[in-house]
Design a protein around this ligand. Structure first.
Ligand code: ZN
Length: 72
């Protein structure tokens, strides 16, 4: 869905990209990995405007931050 912009459920090509954000107090679509907004990992969403199916993606270069914090 992220790459071909086609909904895997209903095959619609009407896909909305919702960029992740990090606002004050952890608002927005993100995962906190530290105490400041600078350490938030943004979560980007792809939503099908036809059936409502959604996928969430995190940029590859931010995966290391998550790994460091959550992977034992
Ligand atoms: Zn769909």
């Amino acid at each position: 869905m992220k790459y071909n912009k086609i909904c895997p459920k209903c095959r619609s090509i009407d896909i909305i990209e919702v960029p992740g954000s990090a606002g004050a107090y952890g608002t927005g679509n993100n995962i906190q990995v530290g105490w400041s907004n600078f350490s938030a990992v943004l979560v980007h969403r792809y939503v099908c405007a036809s059936c409502g199916y959604s996928e969430e993606w995190i940029n590859k270069d931010e995966l290391q931050k998550l790994k460091k914090k959550y992977k034992q």
